[in-house]
Write a protein that binds this ligand. Structure first.
Ligand SMILES: C[S@@+](CC[C@H](N)C(=O)[O-])C[C@H]1O[C@@H](n2cnc3c(N)ncnc32)[C@H](O)[C@@H]1O
Length: 312
């Protein structure tokens, strides 16, 4: 760990319950969770302590394979073998499935990665050492140098095999994507969001998912990224989180993010009167998330909703 959590013991802080050592009793019954909470620890281990059939919705973005160093022992994404990375995520999402309500939904944002092309080291980013993994995994068995790994679909199919209903793949198009210094392929300007469910029938308010023209939502969401200077990694644009929670939840419902990062899901939930649990491994990011959430005010008006312009 690079930092210690300033919250040395559990305390109630401005309406958020912060847990730095999550007791087993949290999951004794759903009655033991009454207000939003940020829990510091490993996603799988913390989720094991949470009550079954509890959350209406999960919106999350796990670390991408081999991309960023979140500087915490036990972090996901640093595995040499992408299939090991997928296996670890499937185990975490088995716990997510258990804690989701029967009619719950999972909105899973995930991006792809390339094999290293036999380069083992990345030049360190002097301005921001957290940004990229300095070590690049050797080309995994079965893949070739410069191969696109296909992580999003490998993960989606592994989750489907584990029992999830795979209901939709959504392209998050980034109109302001980062330039890439590549000359032999197009610049990547998208990531995936998968909609997965625990059951055949699930909570989904179609009316909260209409575009300005009244049409049912489309599967391509053009949403610019919004860099957040306090964190050294990509945070969710709040609009993307709204697109997920508005059709899936009502005010007062519980939302989960097991890879909380800088806490964008908590910010959007607080603004829109949803309760949430965020789990984050790195105590420094827990602090960033709490500071952001504390600065956030709930909206007084009904949720604005609405959808990004959809040209298709
Ligand atoms: C892509 S970031 C999430 C960003 C978040 N969506 C936001 O808007 O700020 C992924 C996060 O997962 C955390 N993480 C990595 N391994 C973890 C683990 N085993 N358990 C819990 N969190 C973990 C990282 O520290 C990082 O903050």
């Amino acid at each position: 760990m690079t930092d210690t959590c300033p919250y040395e013991k559990d305390r109630n802080d401005g309406g958020i319950f912060i847990m730095t050592s999550v007791p087993d009793s949290v999951g004794a019954s759903s009655a033991s969770l009454t207000q939003s909470a940020v829990m510091q620890g490993d996603a799988e281990l913390v989720l094991r302590k949470l009550p079954s059939d509890f959350f209406r919705c999960c919106v999350t973005s796990p670390p991408y394979w081999g991309l960023r160093d979140y500087e915490a022992d036990g972090q996901i994404g640093a595995e040499d073998d992408p299939m090991e990375y997928i296996r670890r995520l499937v185990v975490v999402f088995e716990q997510v499935r258990r804690v989701l309500a029967h009619d719950g939904t999972l909105w899973l944002n995930i991006g792809d990665s390339y094999t290293s092309g036999n380069r083992e080291y990345r030049a360190p980013d002097k301005k921001n050492p957290v940004r990229a993994m300095s070590h690049r995994a050797p080309t995994p068995t079965g893949l070739k140098p410069k191969d696109l790994v296909g992580i999003p679909w490998r993960l989606a199919l592994a989750l489907q095999e584990a029992g999830w209903y795979l209901r939709s793949d959504i392209i998050w198009e980034k109109p302001n994507c980062m330039p890439e210094s590549v000359r032999d392929r197009p610049t990547r300007a998208h990531e995936y969001v998968f909609l997965l469910t625990k059951s055949l029938n699930y909570s989904y308010n179609r009316d909260a998912a209409r575009g300005p023209n009244g049409r049912n939502r489309r599967t391509v969401w053009p949403i610019p990224t919004e860099p957040f200077s306090g964190a050294h990694f990509a945070t969710f644009p709040p609009r993307l989180v709204e697109n997920c929670i508005f059709p899936s939840t009502q005010p007062g419902d519980w939302v989960l993010d097991p890879f909380f990062g800088a806490g964008t899901v908590g910010v959007v939930c607080k603004e829109n009167n949803r309760r949430y649990v965020g789990v984050e491994l790195n105590p420094a990011y827990v602090r960033i998330a709490l500071e952001r959430i504390e600065r956030t005010q709930p909206r007084l008006l009904p949720e604005a909703g609405g959808w990004p312009d959809e040209s298709v």
